[in-house]
Design a protein around this ligand. Structure first.
Ligand SMILES: Cc1ncc(C[n+]2csc(CCOP(=O)(O)OP(=O)(O)O)c2C)c(N)n1
Length: 251
């Protein structure tokens, strides 16, 4: 791994809170970009010593190895429940969860909805790549209609598998949510917007305004069996129509 740290290979500055552990993410995966953003925002807000992240189960399970803040690992889907306890016991801390769609919108649907409904003072970062990445690309609740996965090789069939779950939309009418937004990180402009929304979500968590959720519509190059370039294009053409970007709620 030594050779990848040559100065000529470094294109962007590394946020202070990202350590030297080589990341395991596939080329073109969204997780690394969002890790970079969350580390930058936490540091810029002066929250490095005040933040507790709840790491998920899924590809981002090792987030705690890469970002030098305090972390707790939660069982699959249970991050919002763990975050609830952590925040209630540490009211001065900035507590956030970082979850995939399998984690947040399948096994953790109940925890997500109830934490948002209670208006827990936490931020939720939700990476929606429409697939179970870590376990080999199975269908998730957010897999779009006709999308092929390991468990729906002929494409998601509504009659058999139901409709894609727009869980972020479901969180909008809940009185406990203060910020609900859907973003992406496929262009410089999108990265900047996502950074702004993460900042807002973390501010809300510190100010005790309720639950903020920042969905990031994401790529999974390995699960989708595409190159980084193809995946970004496929996401724009196919995922964005199903999951339109923009702020859904900002109180
Ligand atoms: C209780 C439980 N059920 C199932 C699993 C297996 N499992 C690990 S990761 C994963 C899917 C994760 O997908 P997602 O949350 O979308 O994250 P991604 O890997 O795509 O980033 C599953 C089903 C588990 N670890 N624990």
């Amino acid at each position: 791994m030594e050779n990848i740290k040559k100065p000529e290979n470094i294109v962007y500055g590394k946020p202070r809170l990202i350590n030297d552990t080589p990341m395991h993410y596939c080329p073109g995966c969204t997780h690394g970009v969002v890790h970079n953003l969350m580390a930058s925002v936490i540091d810029e807000m002066g929250l490095a010593e005040k933040t507790i992240g709840i790491a998920p189960v899924g590809c981002a399970v090792f987030a705690y190895n890469y970002v030098d803040i305090d972390w707790i690992e939660a069982a699959h889907g249970r991050a919002p429940a763990v975050a609830t306890a952590v925040k209630r016991l540490n009211t001065d801390k900035m507590v956030f969860t970082y979850q995939g769609d399998g984690d947040l919108a399948a096994i953790g649907t109940a925890e997500t909805i109830h934490a948002c409904n209670r208006g827990e003072n936490i931020a939720i970062i939700y990476i929606n790549n429409a697939i179970y990445g870590m376990t080999g690309g199975q269908m998730s609740p957010t897999t779009i209609v006709d999308m092929k996965t390991a468990t729906c090789p002929y494409g998601r069939n509504v009659a058999l598998n139901g409709y894609p779950l727009k869980i972020t939309d479901i969180l909008v009418p809940l009185e406990g949510t203060c910020l609900v937004t859907r973003e992406a990180v496929h262009t410089v402009a999108a990265v900047k917007r996502t950074k702004k929304m993460l900042t807002k979500a973390f501010e809300n968590a510190m100010a005790g305004k309720g639950t903020s959720i920042v969905e990031v519509v994401a790529t999974c190059t390995a699960g989708w069996k595409m190159s980084a370039d193809q995946a970004n294009k496929w996401m724009v053409d196919n995922l964005f129509p199903a999951y339109p970007l923009g702020v859904l709620k900002d109180v």
